[in-house]
Design a protein. Structure first.
Length: 239
């Protein structure tokens, strides 16, 4: 995956997670569709030009185009990402209901469009739940413990992701869902809610999952398989 595409996807996902509790569903829907569009695009700029046509999102799209060009030239810094998220959030406008929001390119002919969209919707919800779980487990920089109801929500989103992955034929993601479920049950049964490693493991698992689903590179798929193997034995991982 080109550097600018990878950068924009990470930026947009963090933006979406940061706005989940504060923006109306219509705005979040456009961001989610933009993420799907960028992840599928062979031409990122063309995908963003579609977003530019959505009323209220023109300045937002222009900023993304500018960032894409800078990423292509290697001029973006990871340390600036939080600032860019704030800037993009300030540029978001209301969605006008009579304007069709940006649509991603059609999925490959070998995949069922409905199953593809359902899978990516479940993938996005899973990622947002992990981000919320991570955020609520810390008080600023200090770990304050894990809320079990958030683990229960992760279990619910994992089940939904497995179902969507099965419909699309993504057996690798189905297997990951199984080991995530077993891992979380082990954590709950052993009362490990004060172990900060749980947060780091689930966060890294989500990063591996999102990376593998955004890329066809062998390295990303290998990383997902390694994550499955790591989670298969939570006793060895945590004891």
């Amino acid at each position: 995956m080109p550097e600018e595409q990878d950068y924009l996807l990470r930026l947009l996902r963090k933006l979406e997670a940061s706005l989940a509790d504060t923006r109306e569903a219509a705005v979040l829907s456009v961001i989610e569709k933009t993420i799907r569009g960028v992840s599928r695009a062979t031409d990122v700029r063309a995908s963003l030009e579609q977003l530019y046509s959505v009323r209220g999102f023109d300045q937002f799209a222009l900023r993304l185009m500018w960032l894409s060009e800078r990423a292509t030239k290697g001029l973006v810094e990871e340390g600036d990402m939080d600032h860019e998220i704030e800037t993009l959030a300030a540029l978001l406008g209301p969605v006008v209901v009579d304007v069709q929001p940006v649509l991603p390119p059609e999925p490959p002919e070998t995949q069922d469009g409905k199953a593809y969209d359902g899978f990516h919707e479940a993938l996005g919800k899973f990622g947002r739940t992990i981000e919320e779980f991570k955020r609520k487990s810390f008080d600023q920089a200090s770990f304050k413990g894990i809320e079990q109801d958030l683990l229960d929500r992760i279990l619910d989103q994992t089940a939904a992701l497995q179902e969507a992955a099965a419909a699309l034929g993504r057996e690798d993601v189905v297997r990951l869902g199984i080991v995530i479920t077993n891992f979380i049950h082990y954590v709950i049964e052993r009362g490990l809610l004060q172990d900060v490693r749980i947060v780091n493991i689930l966060d890294n698992t989500n990063l591996s999952l999102q990376g593998a689903c955004d890329s066809t590179e062998p390295e990303s798929l290998d990383a997902l398989q390694q994550t499955v193997e790591m989670l298969q034995n939570p006793k060895n991982l945590l004891d």
